[in-house]
Design a protein around this ligand. Structure first.
Ligand code: IMP
Ligand code: MG
Length: 179
């Protein structure tokens, strides 16, 4: 199945049911790992919002939700090296068990920057769950990256929260750029 997003053509890579099954698996792990705790889920906007909504609704422990925003892409297909903190976390994370939720890790620049920033605020623990990862694009090893939904090829993807030129976030599957 192909779809047009803005000016580019994409083809279905991961369908909605496959995503749901994998999100369920991650949720099961988190429910075990954080049983009896009170984790704080921190979503990296904007891309996290669909993944985060599906994941946190399966959490069975008392938990809180907050957001941060770092811009590394400015609407195109390639990353820029410029990172900008667009929205700071509104809660004190000192002593908290933080679960950072990201749509995709590409070079790892964004997560490396965010984790360093969050660690300065002295959380009790911090792990990362990313729905997608592109191992071939990775420039930084991220020891905190504990759960990855799917490892994908180094090709641009949209859907399930991810955008191309701010479009395509509403697609319920993940679509890959056609060559
Ligand atoms: P990194 O800093 O290079 O790891 O890039 C991470 C950020 O770039 C993610 O939070 C996404 O917002 C964006 N990004 C990376 N790859 C893609 C993609 O294939 N589609 C849409 N956004 C992407
Ligand atoms: Mg993002």
């Amino acid at each position: 199945m192909t779809t047009l997003v803005a000016d580019l053509k994409f083809e279905l890579l991961i369908d909605a049911e496959t995503i749901k099954n994998r999100v369920d698996e991650i949720a099961t792990h988190l429910n075990t790992e954080y049983a009896g705790k009170n984790p704080l889920f921190v979503g990296v906007l904007n891309g996290c919002f669909v993944f985060m909504a599906d994941l946190v609704r399966q959490m069975q422990m008392p938990c809180e939700v907050s957001f941060t925003k770092v811009a590394s892409y400015h609407g195109g297909l390639t990353t820029t090296w410029q990172l900008r903190n667009d929205l700071d976390l509104a809660v004190n994370i000192e002593g908290r068990d933080v679960v950072l939720l990201e749509d995709i890790t590409d070079t790892g620049n964004t997560l490396t920057y965010l984790i360093a920033d969050l660690k300065q605020r002295k959380p009790a623990s911090i792990i990362v769950c990313a729905l997608l990862s592109k191992p071939a694009a990775q420039l930084h090893h991220i020891p905190e990256l504990k759960y990855v939904g799917f490892e994908i090829e180094n090709k641009f993807v949209v859907g399930y929260g991810l955008d191309y030129k701010e479009m395509g976030r509403n697609l319920n599957g993940i679509y890959q750029l056609l060559d």
